[in-house]
Design a protein around this ligand. Structure first.
Ligand code: SAH
Length: 345
C-alpha cells in the first residue's frame, strides 16, 4: 500500500482494516503531510507494532532529488526521479513575503505547444496524487521555508490528469495546510474540465493559457486547443467566474510578430471584456538546447515598447493586466523551459 497520496479518511480506513482504531490514520496523515515523515519508524506516537506492520506492508515513496540548480535570485529548479525511473522538474520560488512552488502534473505533455520545451517529450504518463504532493513536500524541506503558494505550471496539462490533480489539491489544502486561494491550476483550456471544476465550486485560482485572440492562430500555437474553440472556452470561463466568484487569470504569452500586435490586443479585449478576470502577460522565454522543432528558432520575445503598447490597449479597455515576473532564466527554470533530462543529449 502506498501511503503518500492517501487522504486522512483513507488512512483511517486502512488502519481499521489492519485492526487499529481510525484515529491512527489521522496521526499517520499528520506525519506524512505536516511533519514530512519518510519512514513509518519516525512516527513516534504510533504503537511499535503498527509501525512495524507499516514498515512491512506499506511504502512512502518520497522521490530522489537528482539535481538542484539555484539561480542568483534564489529560484531553484529540482530534477526529481520517480519510482519507475522517469524524471520531472519542479521549481521553488522564494520571495520576501511568500514561497511558491511550481509543480508538474504529468511526465511530458500531449498539448504540443510550439513554444514549450515539455512538448518535445510528448505525453509519457500522468503523475499520481502522491507524486504531485511529494514535489511540494520535498521542495519545502530542501528550501527550508514553508510553502505558501503552489502553481500547477510545471510540466504537463493538469486538467488532463484531473482526478489526481483534484486529490492533490485536497491534500495540499486539507493536510499540508495551504490556502485554496493560493493554489493555481493553469490549463491550455480543456472546456469540459473547466465546467466540471465550476460545478465543484472550489476557491482555487484558475489560469487559462489563451496566447491568441482567434482560433486560427491559437490552434497553431497550441495544437490541443483545436478541440476547444475559444467561443465555448470563454463562455465556460465566464460561467466559472460567475459561479465561484473567483477571478480568472488569462495567461497570454507574447511572441514577437506572432500575437503581439495592437489589433490582436484589441481582439483579446473584445473576447474577454466584462468577465471577472485579469490578463497575465508572459514574455516568451527562449527554449535552450537541441530542439527538434524548427519553430522554436522563429520565436522571439517582443521589445519592451511592443509589450507596453499591447498592455496599454488592454488597460484602455478597462482590463487589469499584470506581467509575469522574470525568474529562473539562468537555470532554465523559467516558464516553458522545464523538460525531462532523460533522453536528451
Ligand atoms: N499546461 C498548462 C500548464 C503548464 S505551462 C498550460 O498550458 O497552462 C505554464 C505556462 O507557461 C503556460 O501559460 C504556458 O503556455 C507558458 N509557457 C510555455 N512555454 C513557454 C515559454 N517558452 N516562454 C514563456 N511561457 C511559456
Amino acid at each position: 500500500m502506498e501511503l503518500l497520496g492517501m487522504t486522512g479518511d483513507e488512512l483511517s480506513r486502512y488502519c481499521e482494516e489492519l485492526g487499529y482504531p481510525a484515529f491512527r490514520g489521522r496521526q499517520i496523515a499528520d506525519w506524512l503531510y505536516r511533519k514530512g515523515a519518510c519512514e513509518p519508524s519516525a512516527m513516534s506516537n504510533l504503537p511499535a507494532e503498527l509501525r512495524e506492520r507499516l514498515a512491512a506492508e506499506a511504502t512512502i515513496s518520497r522521490r530522489e532529488v537528482v539535481t538542484e540548480s539555484r539561480a542568483a535570485d534564489g529560484t531553484t529548479k529540482y530534477l526529481l526521479r520517480l519510482a519507475d525511473g522517469e524524471t520531472i522538474e519542479s521549481v521553488l520560488l522564494p520571495y520576501a513575503d511568500r514561497t511558491s512552488v511550481c509543480v508538474s502534473s504529468q511526465v511530458g505533455c500531449a498539448a504540443g505547444c510550439l513554444f514549450c520545451a515539455t512538448a518535445e517529450c510528448g505525453l509519457v504518463r500522468n503523475l499520481t496524487t502522491g507524486e504531485i504532493v511529494d514535489q511540494v513536500l520535498t521542495l519545502q524541506e530542501r528550501g527550508g521555508r514553508r510553502v505558501t503558494h503552489v502553481v500547477f505550471m510545471g510540466m504537463g496539462e493538469p486538467l488532463a490528469n484531473l482526478s489526481n490533480v483534484l486529490k492533490a489539491i485536497e491534500l495540499l489544502h486539507g493536510e499540508v495546510g495551504i490556502s485554496m486561494r493560493r493554489l493555481t491550476v493553469s490549463t491550455v483550456g480543456i472546456t469540459p474540465a473547466i465546467r466540471r471544476l465550476a460545478e465543484m465550486d472550489l476557491q482555487l485560482t484558475l489560469a487559462v493559457s489563451l496566447h491568441a485572440p482567434d482560433d486560427g492562430l491559437r490552434r497553431k500555437l497550441i495544437p490541443m486547443a483545436a478541440r476547444f474553440p475559444l467561443h465555448d472556452l470563454i463562455r465556460a470561463c465566464r460561467d466559472y467566474a460567475d459561479r465561484t466568484k473567483r477571478r480568472i487569470t488569462f495567461e497570454y504569452l507574447l511572441l514577437a510578430g506572432v500575437n503581439d500586435s495592437q489589433a490582436q490586443a484589441q481582439a483579446l479585449a473584445r473576447l474577454i471584456k466584462g468577465a471577472l478576470c485579469h490578463v497575465n502577460l508572459i514574455p516568451y522565454n527562449r527554449v535552450q538546447g537541441a530542439g527538434k522543432r524548427e519553430e522554436w528558432e522563429r520565436f522571439d520575445r517582443p521589445s519592451k515598447s511592443a509589450i507596453a503598447a499591447f498592455r496599454a490597449v488592454l488597460e484602455r479597455e478597462g482590463i487589469e493586466v499584470t506581467q509575469r515576473m522574470e525568474r529562473g532564466h539562468a537555470i532554465s527554470g523559467a516558464c516553458g523551459q522545464l523538460r525531462r533530462r532523460a533522453g536528451l543529449t
